[in-house]
Each structure stands twice: as structure tokens, then as C-alpha cells.
Design a protein around this ligand. Structure first.
Ligand code: MG
Length: 457
């Protein structure tokens, strides 16, 4: 058995890759990794397969002598928060996050609330591939009366404790919340209500088929949300992915804001709120290099990392800093927890808006204006290095070439990255340029070149 963990946990198609038999084995392997009698909190998003997978995982965990509590439907960050703050040794979240409805996944969480490190993933993979599960007697397979109560309300209280509730309440913000028909609807509307907002919601019913929009909060998938946001005259709108660790904002003019732009603004806000924190932020190499312009004005340094929130989480834990963020809408506020948290990001954004007292579209205008295009091509073959080399040959001369993860090429007024996804069989292509035409022609050109390269590979 090869590598089973991707960029964010284990992903696969429900009942094809992620069968109950496989989930049982994952439960046994993760359970063997944690010491006997460890307390584990499990939860799920609104997807199909949730119960099947979580019950199989739970059986596996119990069979190797662990103690398990089930949080039911829960946003990933709420589960992570509870694990860290209520004395759990770890947890498992069954979620396909932003992936299409036929996918689900399994995230393994450590006692600090973050996903387990790459080193620990290797240990779990090794236990799984060698079938070396802990053997325990019948009297170690125990169910405890151990029901964790009020998970979501405690989580919301903690989020609210970090912001100036009264200041935000005075603004009576008009907001629209799009929870992608999943677990974000259990917490974010309540956060907004407590912050005195006029709250509109769409896609708030739990629906495993995501019939209204796909769970990835991308500009394409949020077209309708943005249109509704404009009709409602919302001061700001927020859209989550399937497990609500991401928050993508739509400004008062109806523009969908990429996560690197909102991340840069929120980082600036944290530097104002906590002036003594080290002025350093971490982001994936797929974020725009042009946000540096804004951050450096506020003396905030960027450290570029490989794409993936787990690496960013662990880097923040190790070296400290203001924040970590991703272009996909993941934002980590370390004082709260070392993981992405869509509800927390939303509360911080409202606080920033209350402080600046200008329309959110003006707020985002503080960042350099570029036209962003995010696309992808299918990628089932593995010779991706050859594609990166060729792209460098074709586009790289005289430009800044960054090879931390995929291939990124930066020029004065445009940049792009081509990178194999860690969660789906696709090659992601992000392009940013001063004009829409330039971005489009650049993206089309790159896709054509990739097709040509693959033809002759
Ligand atoms: Mg997610």
C-alpha cells in the first residue's frame, strides 16, 4: 500500500475507495497509533457516506482499546477546538471538505487540534500497510458514558471572545452566509446573530448532494451567491466549503475575493490588534506574490511554503507568527487555534470592517488590483516533473521562477502557477494579471502548452 494521506488527510470516492472495510482499518491503524485508552472525538460533515464511514472508523478505534465520543454533524474547526480544549487525545473528522459530493475523506487530528504531522501520518500508514494493529482483550473494548455536550455553543463563545462584540454590534452589518449545504450552517449564522448582524442565509439546509452549488467556494461556484449578495445589498458575504474551515468573502460590490487577499487584510488587522506579535505570516506558494506590496507597507513579512494547510499549521506552531493563510480561503489565527477556521475568519473580518468603517469593497481596494483566474486540467498520469520543466523552458526566461511546489513564474505585472493538486487528480493553473484579457490569454496559452507537452511526453 502506498501513500494514503494527501494534502489534507485521506480522500476518495465513497464506497469505492472509501469503503467500510477500509474505514475500519483506518480506525484500527489510527487507534493503534494513539496509546490505549486514549480519548478520541469523532465527527462528520453533511456528505453521503458520513455515518457509514464514521461508524466503521469508530468500530476500528474501539477494537484496539480506545474511548470514543461522537460529536455528530460538526464543522471541522469546532471539532478541532473541542479536541484541544476538552482534554481529548485526538480525533477523526469524516469530511470531503471542498471536493465534489461523491468524495469523502478522513482527517486525523492530534491532541493540539491540528491535523497530525507528516511524520505521524507515515507511522499510521506503516501500521495500516503491515496490519500491525494493537490486540486487546474483550474487557478493554469499553463504551463510556461520555457525551460531549454543547460543542458548537462553546466553540462560538470562544470565537466571540476574540472580537469586540459591542463595536461590531453597533454597525448592524447586513450579511449573507452561504454554508455550502453543510455543517457551517450550524455555527456561522449564530456567530453573525450574536454580532448583531442582519443575517441572510442560503444553502443552509444540510444536503449531501450539494444540489445548489459545489462545495468548493470558488468564484465560479459562487456566482449565484455573489448575485444574491448584491441584490440584498449585503455589507459582506461569506461562503464556506463543506466542513467550514474555509471562508471566502464577497464584498459589498459583489466581487468574490480570493483567500490570499482576504488573508492579507486579516493579517494586517491582527498586527493592529496584537502589535507585539512577530510580524510574520505564512502562506502557500499558490498565493499571489502581489500581496507582498500591501503587507510590506505594514512591515509584515511573508514566508512562502508548500501548498497545504497542515504544513502551514505546523510551521506556525513551531516558529510563531501573526497568521497563516491560503488562496483558497483557509485562514489560521493562532491565538484561537493552529488550524483554519471559517467562523473565526468571518468574525475577524466583521471586526476589521467595524474598525475601518468603510464599505468592504473599499477595504479590498487597499490591495493591488489584479484579475485572477483559477482553472485546472485533468491529470491522471504522473510525469508532472516533465511538464514543470517544459513550462519553465517556455515561460521562465528572464522571470522569477519558484519551484517550492509546482512551477511558479512571476513577472512585473502578471504571474502564474502550475501545480499538481494534492486532493484531486488535476493540475491546477492559477493566473493573475493586470487585465482580464491578459489573464485569459495567458491561461489559454498555458493550457495549450500543457496539452502539447502531454501529447509528446
Ligand atoms: Mg475544508
Amino acid at each position: 500500500m502506498g501513500k494514503i494521506f494527501g494534502t489534507n488527510g485521506i480522500r476518495g470516492i465513497i464506497n469505492k475507495d472509501l469503503t467500510p472495510e477500509f474505514a475500519l482499518k483506518i480506525g484500527k491503524a489510527v487507534g493503534t497509533f494513539f496509546p490505549e485508552k486514549s480519548k478520541i472525538l469523532i465527527g462528520k460533515d453533511a456528505r453521503a457516506g458520513g455515518d457509514m464511514l464514521i461508524k466503521s472508523v469508530e468500530g476500528g478505534l474501539l477494537s484496539v482499546g480506545l474511548r470514543v465520543s461522537d460529536a455528530g454533524f460538526v464543522p471541522t474547526p469546532a471539532l478541532q477546538f473541542t479536541i484541544k480544549n476538552s482534554g481529548y487525545n485526538g480525533g477523526i473528522m469524516v469530511t470531503g471538505s471542498h471536493n465534489p459530493p461523491e468524495y469523502s475523506g478522513i482527517k486525523v487530528i492530534d491532541d493540539n487540534g491540528a491535523e497530525i504531522s507528516r511524520e505521524k501520518e507515515l507511522i499510521v500508514e506503516n501500521i495500516l500497510s503491515t496490519n500491525k494493529f494493537r490486540e486487546v482483550n474483550w474487557d478493554s473494548v469499553i463504551s463510556e458514558v461520555n457525551i460531549e455536550s454543547n460543542i458548537i455553543s462553546k466553540y462560538i463563545e470562544k470565537i466571540l471572545s476574540f472580537v469586540d462584540i459591542e463595536k461590531i454590534r453597533k454597525k448592524k452589518f447586513n450579511v449573507l452566509i452561504d454554508s455550502a449545504n453543510s455543517v457551517g450552517s450550524l455555527s456561522t449564522p449564530l456567530i453573525a446573530e450574536r454580532l448583531g448582524c442582519k443575517v441572510h442565509t442560503i444553502n443552509s439546509n444540510l444536503n449531501p448532494f450539494f444540489s445548489a452549488r459545489m462545495p468548493e467556494p470558488s468564484a465560479v461556484n459562487l456566482k449565484e451567491t455573489a448575485a444574491i449578495s448584491k441584490i440584498l445589498n449585503a455589507d459582506i458575504s461569506v461562503a464556506h466549503d463543506g466542513d467550514a474551515d474555509r471562508a471566502v468573502f464577497i464584498d459589498s460590490a459583489g466581487n468574490v475575493i480570493t483567500g490570499d487577499r482576504s488573508g492579507a487584510l486579516l493579517s494586517y488587522w491582527l498586527s493592529v490588534k496584537n502589535p507585539i506579535t512577530r510580524k510574520l505570516v505564512y502562506t502557500g506558494v499558490s498565493s499571489s506574490p502581489f500581496i507582498q506590496e500591501f503587507l510590506s507597507k505594514h512591515n509584515i513579512k511573508i514566508e512562502w511554503l508548500k501548498v497545504g494547510s497542515v504544513g502551514i499549521s505546523h510551521k506556525l506552531m513551531k516558529d510563531g507568527g501573526l497568521a497563516g493563510f491560503e488562496e483558497n480561503g483557509g485562514f489560521i489565527f493562532p491565538e484561537h487555534q493552529y488550524v483554519r477556521d471559517g467562523g473565526m475568519s468571518f468574525a475577524l473580518m466583521l471586526e476589521l470592517m467595524a474598525n475601518e468603517d468603510i464599505p468592504s469593497t473599499k477595504l479590498f481596494d487597499k490591495l493591488p488590483k489584479y484579475y485572477t483566474l483559477k482553472g485546472s486540467v485533468e491529470m491522471h498520469d504522473s510525469n508532472v516533473e516533465r511538464i514543470y520543466e517544459k513550462i519553465e523552458e517556455i515561460y521562465g526566461s528572464g522571470k522569477e521562477v519558484i519551484k517550492i511546489d509546482g512551477i511558479k513564474i512571476v513577472d512585473k505585472d502578471y504571474w502564474f502557477i502550475v501545480r499538481k493538486s494534492g486532493t484531486e487528480p488535476i493540475l491546477r493553473i492559477f493566473v493573475e494579471a493586470k487585465t482580464e484579457e491578459k489573464a485569459k490569454s495567458l491561461q489559454e496559452g498555458i493550457i495549450k502548452q500543457i496539452q502539447l507537452i502531454r501529447k509528446y511526453l
